[in-house]
Design a protein. Structure first.
Lengths: 202, 144
């Protein structure tokens, strides 16, 4: 629900005090200084240094989850709360850890979007990326390395939706249909992964 | 009619769908299910109801079709959450995304179409009360 609060705050800043005086009244801030922008990795494209940062973050996340004591406590707390309590792990501190880390990573993503491809603040910094990210997490089977692959998959659906709109004239809404169906089917498929179907002999 | 009465009337008119959806979510919560897909359900029901109202001209049929569309989509949600034991949050989110995309996709053909104005329903006698009369007793039948 804080999504709406944050979006309205962004709107207020971009339409109000931070609006570009030379921006022909468009709701956007002046472009950031060149020194604050992320370096471009390939000239002529929107590929920027944030990609390298994301790969580093994936590695750090993997090490944290699977090779650190705090990460182990967090995982046990999520899988078996009773076992975590018996072992003396504080579920509150694990939760705080998870929430603060995820908030920091989400903030990093937003900041990189602003100083990478957009190079200024507009009201459209995030076009539902946060909700897409939840799908990315589930499609990536809640594993840091899976996240990379599912992130690429979901971004191909997003970009493909835009291409289908401009080249084939298909409505962009198809992207949402595909994302929703993907998550539906993935969740339903879990049943077949965890259980075996057997005919009843009754 | 002064602007406060107009404000009251507009509040009631726009509060009606929220109250109805809230009522449905209340039932969900009481049963222990968190349905994040309400947005998707409402969108799918809205586009179905509009399509039926436009083609048949009957409000009653449109309401029934909208409710049926919402129930069918909720049945899909229920099948996943109740039978297959999927994660409620993720399933609801999927329903939200799917409903938004589906309604926009189906609704492409209806962009710019308009239904004729509906007759406002008046409670006899009470509608002529000063201030509260027009706001509370002269509304679309759905709101009263």
């Amino acid at each position: 629900m804080l999504v709406y609060v944050a979006q309205q705050l962004l709107n207020f800043l971009v339409f109000g005090p931070w609006k570009d005086p030379q921006g022909f009244n468009f709701p956007q801030t002046p472009p950031f200084d060149a020194s604050t922008l992320l370096p471009s990795l390939a000239s002529g494209t929107r590929l920027h240094g944030g990609v390298a940062l994301a790969v580093v973050a994936v590695g750090a996340c993997w090490i944290f989850l699977f090779r650190s004591w705090r990460g182990f406590q967090l995982q046990v707390g999520g899988l078996a709360p009773a076992a975590a309590r018996y072992a003396g792990f504080s579920s509150r501190s694990a939760l705080w850890m998870a929430l603060l880390l995820s908030g920091g990573l989400a903030g990093l993503a937003g900041a990189m979007e602003a100083v990478g491809p957009l190079q200024r603040l507009t009201p459209y910094v995030s076009t539902g990326y946060g909700f897409t990210a939840i799908i990315v997490a589930f499609v990536g089977r809640l594993h840091p390395v899976g996240i990379v692959l599912s992130g690429i998959l979901l971004s191909m659906v997003l970009i493909g939706g835009e291409l289908a709109q401009s080249r084939l004239g298909l409505p962009n809404a198809l992207t949402g249909v595909f994302q929703g169906l993907l998550l539906f089917l993935l969740l339903a498929c879990d049943t077949l992964v965890h259980h075996r179907l057997r005919g009843s002999r009754a | 009619m002064n602007e406060w009465a107009l404000l009251l009337a507009a509040t009631i008119a726009s509060g009606t769908p929220v109250a109805l959806a809230g009522l449905g979510l209340l039932l969900n919560e009481k049963a222990g299910v968190l349905n994040l897909g309400a947005e998707g359900l409402m969108l799918m029901a809205a586009v179905t109801g509009f399509a039926v109202a436009l083609s048949t001209g009957s409000d009653g049929l449109a309401f029934a079709a909208g409710a049926l569309a919402g129930a069918v989509a909720a049945a899909a949600f229920g099948a996943l959450v109740i039978w297959l034991n999927t994660n409620q949050y993720a399933t609801g989110l999927a329903l939200s995304l799917f409903g938004g995309g589906f309604s926009a996709f189906v609704g492409v053909g209806y962009v710019g179409k308009k239904l004729e104005d509906r007759v406002l329903y008046e409670v006899p006698g009470l509608a002529d009360l000063p201030f509260v009369g027009p706001a509370l007793f002269r509304q679309h039948p759905m709101a009263t």
